[in-house]
Unconditional design. Sequence first.
Lengths: 313, 436
Amino acid sequence: MKRMGHPPRAPGKVSPYPRQSTLHRKDARWALLFVAPTALGLAVFCIWPTFQTFYYSFTTWGPFGGHDWSGLDNYRELFTDPELRNSLISTAIFTIVTLLSVPIGMVVAVLLNRPGMRGLGLYRTIYFLPTVTLPASIAIMWKMLYNGDYGAINWALGLIHIHGTSWLANPDTAIYAVAVVSVWGSIGYNMVLFIAGMQVIPRTLYEAAELDGAGRVAQFRHITIPLLSPTIFFVTVITIIGALQAFDLVYMMIGKSNPALAKSETVVFLFFHKAFLDSQGGYAAAIAFLLLTIILVFTSIQFRMQKRWVHYE
Amino acid sequence: MSEPSRRARTHLTRSRRTLLGLTAVLALLLAGCTSGSGSSNSTAGASVTLSYSVWEQPQFATMQKLAAQFHAENPNITVNVQLTPWEQYWTKLQTSVTGGSAPDVFWMNIPNFKLYAKGGALLPISDQVAKDNVDMSNYVSAIADAYKWDNKIYALPKDVDAVGLWYNKKLFTDAGVKFPDASWTWADLTAAAQKLTDSSKGIYGIAANAADQLNYYNTILQAGGHIISPDGKSSGYDSPEAIKGLQFWVDLINKYHASPTLAQMTDTAPLDMFTSGKVAMLYGGSWSVLSMVNIPYAKENVDVAPMPKGEQVGGVSNGLGNAIYAKTKHPIEAWQFVKFLGSKEAADILAATGAVIPAYKGTTDAWVKATPEFHLQTFVDELAFTSAYPSSVSSAAWSDFALKEFAAAWSGQESVEDAAKHVADEMNAALAKENQ
């Protein structure tokens, strides 16, 4: 007997999986068709290159293309390369400093979440502006600010009799200087995500806490943070993934001939250096795969740890 | 009867499905198709567009003028001049050659030439040169020879250059120091630089940058050393003479404090410091004439003198060439353009703008006269004793390594001897690999 539509179900009984009706199959086909462009793009531009890179990490490249199989040579070189060690340290420093944008973003979000505050839209826009500004413009403006002789930062420090150094050309300070710009740029983005997350926290909880005598800070600690923890988790994960891949700011603010380059190259910058400036495509592919592994490990650790501190409804 | 109406609302009607399906297919097609190049085959007479890649911002207008002049003489060929800043030029060119879509004609220089010629990225033009009777003796012979590989010609010389001592007349007069001249030695320079330094005003005597063509290549030769051995098999960096040539600059920064530190010169380019009156002397190229003339302060207060001698006079001369991409779709038209660029007509246009000294012999007077504000004859006179630019197949790689290593020496993190030894070792390894 041919069945039409969904079969009648006994009340209270939920079938383990939906019956595949013809209409259901037709729906599935349309769904696949609409997902196809994105899936195809992802497969061609992201997934296939990942496999290609893994293959290339076992090869050595010529200056104008062409590659020969070289086995584990690239990976062996990874473990003895001082440049890679320095770049891992620089990337770690960069990531740790960039993580500051999470608590700062939270505080800003809480401050800008009071309904009826005057100029609320304006303040939120100002904080969000760096996210929609071209990274190249940001780099140029901050380079001017950081200029050792004529920059505004050293001028301001000079007013309180502190002699500022060449922030971007001093090997000790360069990576911190770039990381500060990264924090500055991420505060707005994180703020928006936190504000969105805070909209689902019921006002009644705050009112009840106030009646019980909890101050602003206590409310923040005991209501906002636990209920916002899914958003905090999300923001932390993407901040870490983004910071581990930092390249554009470092490339634009610290050029090839900067004496501070050796101590402020991030891993992706080293990848770019090896792949395009030194024409060592195979070694660069090995570096890229190492970074992928590091990011996977960090992210999986974070996902494991979320059970301890993230409260889902 | 909720089921049939539910069905009607949740499932798509036939016409809507078709419309959405067509949209999806269209989206797929648009996402998948690449922009067509649209270039026609190079049958003579058909309209052709060539791409011409250059890196020098001050010469961009001149290049466009040459392209326009060429188009006027060859109406079926249009040349599209593309400017890529020096910092990215070689990366972009190498990537585009690897990807198979390099520009049809592009600037080439001596340190990079051998790599591209050996790698098969350039179109050999010996046959075309012979067929069209291009007389290679019209060009400065050192440059013409530099663009030969395996007995074939790969580029027509474009220009030849030299490095001179640019100085700020106003700062010299204010400090009461005599202007530099051909009699100056390193000792004169060092003494003058110290006298000109006034830290209260933030003014330095000289910008002792860690650049190869502009700074240490010249002083190494003046000290009696060399960068690469004449047979191209070993490095000259670890010789005492070379170390003297390098130490000259490091002392100006760290011993005599007559120069900004490398960190300061990284934050602000030495040329910018010079043209805003913050340093009194600068080793600069003959190709910087237009940069100087276009800044009012520099045009008024700046002049140029020969580089002071160390043990002897010396310096390096680089020379650019115009090369054709090996896999260009329009080899005939590209050759026509390169031939034009190598002609006396193009050299005269180039000289008249004062941009660079053309490699075509007999045009130096026009170049000198183009910018009467400066004593440009200095550069022409220097050409009499400059040496060919050091190069090998891997010169881009070892000169890059040298720049990074010497940056550490300039910043005082490493002694000049150690840095020179590291560079020599790295360079010798690279040269050994080349000559295997």
